[in-house]
Design a protein around this ligand. Structure first.
Ligand code: B1M
Length: 208
């Protein structure tokens, strides 16, 4: 089994203590950070399928998520930006009622590496909190809202509407597994991205 396959297996199994060391070993063997990250994202896909089929339950999903986060911590310094001039501040959060943060954290990491200063509001963020953060921080150009559940898509809509009503000059980008480009347009978002890499590209496009 290759080191990357080992990382994938241990994330699936939720082995938080082993994953960081294996990620480091994979890097030391010459694997690219992006490939290791993709392997961990794939693991979460497998975990989701196992949850859907009733093979595992919420606690197993949670420990797999923790294991992946530990692995991402090792990769984060390698994905950091070049420290050049800031493109502005981006407020990011997962919308109200939604506790999923791995995708949001990856999106935050990639937008930061594209040159933005990030203010991460965490998960379960009420619409008004996004607005307050725009007011409390300097040079805000962008609000990025993540939603992972079909049941929290209305919260995404509320977040976009609330930010747009209070701060029309601020661009809002949305994403997350159930979100489509059509839905993003329907709820009045300025941008949509299907993954973390394209979120960074879209963020740059909207803010410059
Ligand atoms: Co949850 N969960 N979960 N879960 N969970 C899903 C999302 C689910 C698809 C699993 C399944 O049934 N197959 C399902 C949703 C079904 C639906 O709505 N249609 C589900 C469910 C049902 C639930 C609960 C309701 C389960 C329950 O309690 N019965 C519950 C809800 C809790 C809540 O939020 N209120 C729940 C809880 C949890 C845990 C807490 C246990 C845990 C999350 C822990 C954490 O995040 N810290 C968890 C996990 C781990 C998952 C799965 C397995 C993995 C999610 C993940 O991290 N994926 C997930 C199944 C799956 O995704 N296949 C599942 C990896 C991550 C990199 O991908 O988040 O999609 P993703 O992010 C991507 C893109 O979506 C995009 O870029 C990211 C990186 O490329 N993206 C953006 C995300 N945000 C973006 C923002 C952007 C642009 C792009 O612009 C701003």
């Amino acid at each position: 089994m290759s080191k990357i396959e080992e990382v994938k297996a241990k994330v699936e199994a939720g082995k938080s203590k082993l994953v960081p060391g294996l990620v480091q070993e994979a890097l030391d063997e010459g694997s690219a950070a992006g490939d290791i990250l993709q392997a961990m994202v794939d693991s979460m896909g497998v975990v989701g399928e196992k949850f859907s089929s009733g093979e595992i339950f919420v606690p197993e999903m949670l420990i797999a998520a923790k294991a992946m986060s530990k692995g991402v911590d090792v990769l984060k310094p390698l994905m950091a930006g070049d420290g050049s001039a800031s493109l502005g501040t981006c407020i990011i959060g997962t919308v109200a009622g939604d506790l999923h943060d791995i995708g949001k954290n990856l999106v935050s990491m990639m937008i930061e590496s594209a040159g933005f200063d990030m203010v991460d509001l965490g998960v379960d963020v009420p619409a008004d909190t996004f607005v307050q953060a725009v007011k409390d921080n300097a040079n805000v150009k962008l609000v990025a809202c993540s939603g992972l559940l079909t049941t929290t898509m209305p919260a995404l809509k509320e977040a976009v509407a609330t930010v747009k009503a209070a701060c029309p000059e601020i661009k809002v980008i949305v994403g997350g597994a159930p979100v489509t480009p059509e839905y993003a347009t329907e709820i009045g978002a300025d941008g949509y991205a299907p993954d973390a890499g394209s979120a960074a590209v879209k963020a740059k496009e909207l803010a410059t």
